[in-house]
Design a binder for this molecule. Sequence first.
Ligand code: NAI
Length: 480
Amino acid sequence: MVKICCIGAGYVGGPTMAVIASKCPTIEVVVVDISVSKILAWNSDQLPIYEPGLDDVVKQCRGKNLFFSTNVERHVSEADIIFVSVNTPTKTRGLGAGKAADLTYWESAARMIADVSKSDKIVVEKSTVPVKTAEAIEKILIHNSKGIKYQILSNPEFLAEGTAIKDLFNPDRVLIGGRETPDGLKAVQALKSVYAQWVPEERIITTNLWSAELSKLAANAFLAQRISSINAMSALCEATGADVSQVSHAIGTDTRIGPKFLNASVGFGGSCFQKDILNLIYICECNGLNQAASYWKQVIKVNDYQKNRFVNRVVSSMFNTVSGKKIAILGFAFKKDTGDTRETPAISVCQGLLGDKAKLSIYDPQVTEDQIQRDLSMNKFDWDHPIHLQPVSPTAAKEVSFAWDPYEATKDAHAVCILTEWDEFKTLDFQRIFEQMQKPAFVFDGRNVVDVQRLREIGFIVYSIGKPLDPWLKDMPVMA
Ligand code: NAI
């Protein structure tokens, strides 16, 4: 029986391994992590992450050929294939701070593999890493090898949170990069045969190591670039009376452009897009490619602009002050169908409103109060000026409360900000919400989920990203 061990039981390691276990009953899969609480949760009925369909897959395989353990060394030493799916955040200090990927967790995982291995291993980069990381990992492993042979493969993950299980069961493609040597090709075949249990052969792409590593950064950069492009367009729509949804539809029907990923919003979030583009920028700069670096920088700058623009719009519409006003925040996760709040635009928007002394009442169906408090009290990391971390006012946290449902959040509120596109927000009883709010009652829809016309008929003043402005808002100048 082939044994797989995955180091890192996070948003990628957990779901990916659960799907491999469910599709490959003859393979034993063990997911290990240094976090005891995470492993306890993976072994309980309350999994540590919310992902539609995940519970069923885990229940089906756990205890049969899928295991979660903190005994990292033992399972690494017993495995034939080791996936490394640890976090690779942006460095906040030292050389490359604000851009480069922090490979501390990766390096410590690699050193541990070298320490405990007693047989040949295939080591698979599942984490997103800078191009050429495999070379560094190879050096660490070979220099500490004690005669053991290692093959490093790059197998970046393309799942999207919120649709992870669907994406894993039916991926657009699986990418495997390896050394173009006989042993390297053999390792690629070994990993390919795992995926071939359920992924059609033509969707398994094999490349050299560096192409696979770089393709992951490139994919995220292209995806984020589409969002920043349509968001930049949304600002122009508001200024001219065009409707961004109509523009998206009109351009998306061009088969060269395509209709997906063209929704204007308050900005992209999540743990990957910004981190991976910063990483790409750093690699460009290290290679002396400053023009290429500044092209990608602009994608993040437009995203920051979009978040600031939203806050400015809220404040300027409400007579240029939100001081002491209750604002309901509907949605805190960075997108629907996940409880993940990493880099969610809601953090920047809430911090901006708190900076203007608003009182916030926050509701999200999947994010806990503790998590929101942690996010809002975190020092704001400014990627462009990493040395100047902006502290958050200690008094600001007192102005935040948490609601169990949208109606409680909006009671006596002056405004509602929709920051995550949860389906349940589309079917809210806005008549009831209007009646219990202060007047004039504002809705700022950062995800274009509400029916603007209907809400205006009820009496709301509505701002919806990239849509023709409410007559009220036209008279309220906003900082560009
Ligand atoms: P995560 O933070 O949810 O999980 C990483 C896990 O690794 C944590 O539970 C941590 O305790 C564990 N860990 C760190 N060092 C360890 C060690 N030495 N031994 C054992 N466990 C260790 O991160 P997530 O979101 O799963 O991301 C992992 C990688 O996958 C990152 O490089 C990310 O860029 C990439 N990725 C993430 C996607 C996402 O949607 N979250 C999608 C595709 C790729």
